[in-house]
Write a protein that binds this ligand. Structure first.
Ligand code: AR6
Length: 187
């Protein structure tokens, strides 16, 4: 399912993000940048050791990555060119700034991908696995973050224009939640 928002194609797809063909895929990482389970583990496994080496260099330089921020590395053997590692919030009831941090993951990832030269980006459902963010709330935050961001950019700006933003949902429930949000936006 897809929709055009101010010239950007927003796609909702079901699948494994490591196989998705785009310029930049986003990793739901942790602040150590040294890998983990979930989509992080899958990306490092499929992309090979080059990604971890690049993460270590970033750690040496700036000591990891804060929650809500994003850093870019090579994508190693993956079909994408770049991996954007962003650190989602651990869900602790919703009263600890989690929604702002999650929103920031989406915006900072687009900004860093764009700086690296990407015109297409694919997101997993950040924080909704091991970090425990309720899926419906997380989907709404992601959808709003991306669509509001698109509307806020100057039309046809080369610095910010994205051709494609994809939400790659690993499970059916997330796919359905995003499809509902897209349908509501069309209504
Ligand atoms: N492709 C797309 N989505 C996936 C894939 C995949 N191959 N594998 C899992 N997902 P999670 P988090 C979905 O737990 O909650 C790691 O240890 C999954 O179904 O990967 O942000 C990190 O190092 C879920 O919807 O990330 C951190 O320590 C979504 O990706 C911590 O987990 C996110 O689930 C981050 O936790």
């Amino acid at each position: 399912m897809e929709r055009n928002v101010n010239g950007t194609t927003i796609k909702i797809v079901r699948g494994d993000i490591t196989r998705y063909e785009t310029d930049a895929i986003v990793n739901a990482a942790n602040s150590s940048l040294l890998g983990g389970g979930g989509v992080d583990g899958a990306i490092h496994r499929a992309g090979g050791p080059e990604i971890l080496e690049a993460c270590r260099r970033i750690r040496d330089r700036q000591g990891g990555c804060d929650t809500g921020d994003a850093v870019v590395t090579t994508a190693g053997r993956l079909p994408a060119q770049f991996v954007v590692h962003t650190v989602g919030p651990v869900y602790r009831g919703g009263q600890h700034g989690e929604s702002e941090q999650l929103k920031s993951c989406y915006i900072r990832s687009i900004e860093e991908a764009k700086k690296a030269g990407a015109k297409r980006i694919a997101f997993p459902n950040i924080s909704t696995g091991i970090y425990g963010y309720p899926r419906e709330e997380a989907a709404k935050i992601a959808w709003d973050a991306v669509t509001v961001w698109i509307h806020e950019q100057a039309p046809n700006s080369i610095e910010t224009f994205m051709e494609e933003i994809a939400f790659v949902c690993y499970d059916e429930e997330n796919e359905r939640l995003y499809q509902t949000l897209m349908k509501q936006a069309e209504a």
